[in-house]
Design a protein around this ligand. Sequence first.
Ligand SMILES: Cc1cc2nc3c(=O)[nH]c(=O)nc-3n(C[C@H](O)[C@H](O)[C@H](O)COP(=O)(O)OP(=O)(O)OC[C@H]3O[C@@H](n4cnc5c(N)ncnc54)[C@H](O)[C@@H]3O)c2cc1C
Length: 427
Amino acid sequence: MPKAIVIGAGVIGSSIALELIRNGFEVEVVDKASGAGQGSTSASSAVVRFNYSTYDSVALAWEAFHCWKNWQQHLNVNLASYARLYDVGVIMLDAPVISTERTTSLFEQVGVAYEVWSAEDLKSKASYLDGGKYWPPKPVTSDEFFEDAQSNLGAIFTPQGGYVDDPQLAAENLAAAAAALGATFRFKAEIQAVLKDGDRVTGVELNNGEKLFSDVVVNAAGPWSAKINQLAGVGKDFTIEVRPMRQEVHQVDTPLGLLPGPIVGDVDLGIYMRPTPNGALLIGGTEPECDPLEWVDDPDSVNMVRTAERFEAQVTRAARRLPALQIPNTPLGIVGVYDVSSDWTPIYDKTSLAGFFVAIGTSGNQFKNAPVVGQLMAKLIGEVRDGRDHDSDPVIFKGAHTGNEINLGAFSRKREYNSENTHSVMG
Ligand SMILES: Cc1cc2nc3c(=O)[nH]c(=O)nc-3n(C[C@H](O)[C@H](O)[C@H](O)COP(=O)(O)OP(=O)(O)OC[C@H]3O[C@@H](n4cnc5c(N)ncnc54)[C@H](O)[C@@H]3O)c2cc1C
């Protein structure tokens, strides 16, 4: 039986572990944290939406939605508690960088149900929102931020989509399903070297000096993925780079009567808003150009304390869109780290080191896809090991729920830069 080592027990690594063991591998997962999902997964807003700029990305998100919807069947194991999809729908407000025509055409091709809302529709269907167009986003410390709206926005509404609560439990569920089939998990074990024999990977070395040997190693190390690639000596043939970026997501109470409202994607003001099961609202940012991007060199040295500036920026924007919002005196929220790729699209691929695969660059928007990422990585790994040249003849993945075909070349490390996707947009 071939052996695979998965580096990282986040939602992506745990899903890969589950699907590799389902596909006949002996699987060992190594994580330096003390349990599954304790890395960037634990900070995720876990938004499940379908608004992406390419067919393959929309098809991937739509297929994964069905896995969340049928989560217990997906896991196929009895557990004490399961993560849950809150299928509340998504309102994506208009913005010049989002083409309604392109989005709706992709939704048609993939089979995602949608409604195009005019400004009047938005007003009647989501009367709690201020529908003003304020584009482009401005610093909340500037006078321009408070200028009146130029006109009113419409939106694209998908009645399906929502969020998963909670993301760490989702990773734990995947890890438990993999463990039930025999995968082993080693926690509090840090990988300090990737072992090779010529141009083939042979395993990993832990920080206690112990060596683990395998036929396949998968880098699913989230924001630490660039470090692991360095250890493996891969990256020279990549056209896409990955880099960690600090993020804050804030939490506020919502005025009564707004819940369970759909998620609101608001690129016009530079935020997204997501309800929580207990009646609060999470507010995240969409990296508007007017705000500094917080690139970090080392995910382990990130300031994990919320800052007053980011809280004020995101919550003031939310209050503009949601006039009834009460801004709390005490900031609540979390700090997390994205593993951002140059075009905000993940890399799911092999590398120049035979047997060494990557599921990285998840760019703050791949939690939703994790259940399918495990499946597509297992297929890719299987076909590459069988001799397929994925670089010249990309593996095609067919979704079990939707029947849609996804060209995995779209997630190649050597792809052409997707210039239409220079922003994460939201979750
Ligand atoms: C604030 C925030 C909000 C987000 N919101 C959304 C959203 O709304 N929707 C969405 O779809 N996505 C969202 N995302 C993105 C999503 O959460 C991530 O894409 C996903 O969780 C990444 O999972 P992962 O398993 O790749 O990484 P991680 O969960 O970070 O797991 C990587 C693991 O690797 C381990 N590791 C690293 N280095 C080593 C080493 N040397 N040795 C051993 N172990 C190691 C770490 O301990 C960690 O557990 C968000 C992310 C953040 C940070």
